[in-house]
Design a protein around this ligand. Structure first.
Ligand SMILES: Cc1cc2nc3c(=O)[nH]c(=O)nc-3n(C[C@H](O)[C@H](O)[C@H](O)COP(=O)(O)OP(=O)(O)OC[C@H]3O[C@@H](n4cnc5c(N)ncnc54)[C@H](O)[C@@H]3O)c2cc1C
Length: 469
């Protein structure tokens, strides 16, 4: 691989960052009591958390999509054990584990394969005035650290590469790490580390004589962060259960996302999974891997909540997994006595988009059921790769534009709420631009004024977004 090729002559004097001060000590210990149920060091703050960490259990799961050329989308139903006050549109933070194959590969490379389950104690080196990061457990095992505590695919900072060079014996390999951490090697760093996203495992594969201690990883790799998922169910349907919906993320380098692939594994039946691993000759007695437990916590709610009472029309725009909170919204409405008996006074419109009508049109039956029960007044759907004719709307913004008079009327005259959920990278921007265009054209105003109107709607809580990438 090109990565390990030196690009500067040995005579070039590289401008290097100082070697970061080493401050963590890891010692194997005879401590016997390791709390395997708490590998995450639950006393550490939960980002945006408003609940304690909950060891939820997978009750059931569904694959919502099928066929080629579509993302795999799953729904998991989770038992959260205790009643917790939440509303549809809120989200949970899920603590995943790193992929086992990558963890095992790293353990081998660090020479810790045989001691992977041995207790270790983590302390600050004597005489160093630094504190341990709060998320690090004081007692653990190498495997737990690499599986549950550190983001082993975290971006390799230059200081880390500089430190790795100190643990590299072969001259050319050491020099290569120094090149990457140097000012002169900025373009190489950009190419391999930032653009190609090479991880620690990748670098160690290319630099075989580098054998860093576990303490160095603890000093330089970030915390394995929880991933957020919108709640796709109503507490009125079952207070102690929540549904989440997720796509299996596949990166441009063909790697599966850490959390989404871990959740996908959870979806598969535990016994089935164990049998598969047995057949492959992989043995692992770790109690954390095969269980159906998903550690999660409730995140601080945003204003992405259905208004109570519903006093104006609702326009819900959510292609793909962006539909998740809306399933919860409408289920919530459909379970309330006042709406069951009197129905909704104002229109509720849903805009959904996917690729193919028979592959990834998720929640079709549920939405059509809500339509037939009159909780949804208009359900607009488009298929970007399955249009019957060229003039059919391709994306959700095209559906909105096709309804422009109605959308404009509901927003400007009847005070409608606009909810937008899903992909932040392209979809959210395109939808927002289309809303501006609709206001501009239908109220015969300028683009500037229409843009300001949209910003005002956002400020007043009438245009609410929950977008991610
Ligand atoms: C408030 C909020 C709510 C969310 N709700 C949902 C939800 O209901 N359903 C859902 O599926 N996701 C949701 N997400 C996204 C989710 O939190 C994760 O980011 C996503 O599942 C990917 O995590 P991962 O660990 O599998 O991928 P990672 O291992 O973290 O990422 C792998 C690589 O893919 C890139 N990447 C990350 N996310 C995506 C993505 N979505 N598409 C393409 N590339 C990506 C990253 O840049 C990285 O390079 C939400 C995010 C937020 C902030």
């Amino acid at each position: 691989m090109e990565f390990s090729k030196l690009i500067f002559e040995p005579t070039v004097d590289l401008k290097l960052p100082p070697v970061p001060v080493s401050f963590i000590e890891v010692v194997f210990s005879d401590v016997q009591k390791i709390d395997l149920d708490d590998p995450l060091c639950t006393s550490a703050p939960l980002p945006f958390g408003i609940s304690p960490l909950i060891q939820s259990e997978v009750v059931s799961g569904r694959l919502l999509t099928r066929g080629d050329d579509v993302k795999e989308t799953f729904e998991l139903s989770l038992d959260i054990k205790e009643q917790f006050s939440y509303l549809p549109g809120d989200s949970v933070g899920v603590f995943p584990q790193n992929p086992l194959a990558e963890v095992n590969q790293l353990l081998k490379r660090l020479g810790l394969d045989e001691q992977k389950n041995a207790p270790i104690e983590i302390t600050v080196k004597k005489g160093v005035k630094k504190k341990l990061p709060i998320y690090l457990p004081l007692v653990s095992t190498p495997k737990i650290i690499l599986e549950s505590v550190l983001e082993i695919r975290g971006i390799l900072k230059k200081g880390f590469l500089r430190s790795l060079a100190e643990y590299t014996t072969e001259y050319k390999e050491k020099r290569r790490l120094l090149e990457l951490s140097s000012i002169e090697g900025a373009a190489e760093y950009d190419k391999y580390i930032l653009q190609q996203g090479l991880t620690l495992s990748d670098v160690l594969t290319e630099i075989p004589s580098c054998v860093p201690p576990l303490s160095l990883l603890l000093e330089h790799l970030p915390r394995l962060m929880p991933r957020a998922y919108s709640i796709a169910s109503s507490p009125l349907s079952c207070g102690k259960r929540i549904n989440i919906v997720f796509n299996l993320v596949v990166t441009p380098r063909g790697r599966m996302g850490v959390c989404s692939s871990w959740l996908k594994n959870k979806f598969e039946d535990v016994d089935d999974l164990s049998k598969k691993f047995e057949k492959m000759g992989v043995q692992d007695s770790s109690p954390t891997r095969t269980s159906k437990t998903i550690p999660l916590f409730f995140r601080k709610p945003s204003n992405f909540r259905i208004p109570t009472p519903i006093d104006a029309p609702l326009i819900l725009i959510g292609p793909g997994t962006g539909v998740a909170p809306f399933i919860g919204f409408i289920e919530h409405v459909s379970l309330q006595e006042k709406y069951i008996s009197d129905g909704l006074k104002d229109p509720l419109l849903v805009y959904f988009g996917c690729r193919y009508r028979n592959r990834d049109h998720i929640y079709k039956n549920e939405m059509e059921d809500f339509v037939s029960r009159k909780f949804i007044s208009a359900y607009r759907v488009c298929y970007s790769r399955d249009r019957l004719q060229e003039s059919d709307p391709k994306y959700v913004q095209d559906l909105l534009y096709a309804d422009k008079e109605n959308v404009c009327n509901l927003v400007t005259k009847r005070g409608a709420y606009l909810f937008l959920c899903g992909d932040a990278k392209n979809m959210a921007k395109d939808v927002q631009a289309t809303l501006v265009r609709i206001l501009q054209e239908c109220t015969d105003t300028t683009c500037d004024v229409a843009e300001k109107q949209i910003i005002e709607l956002e400020k007043s809580g009438k245009f609410v977004k929950d977008v991610w990438r």
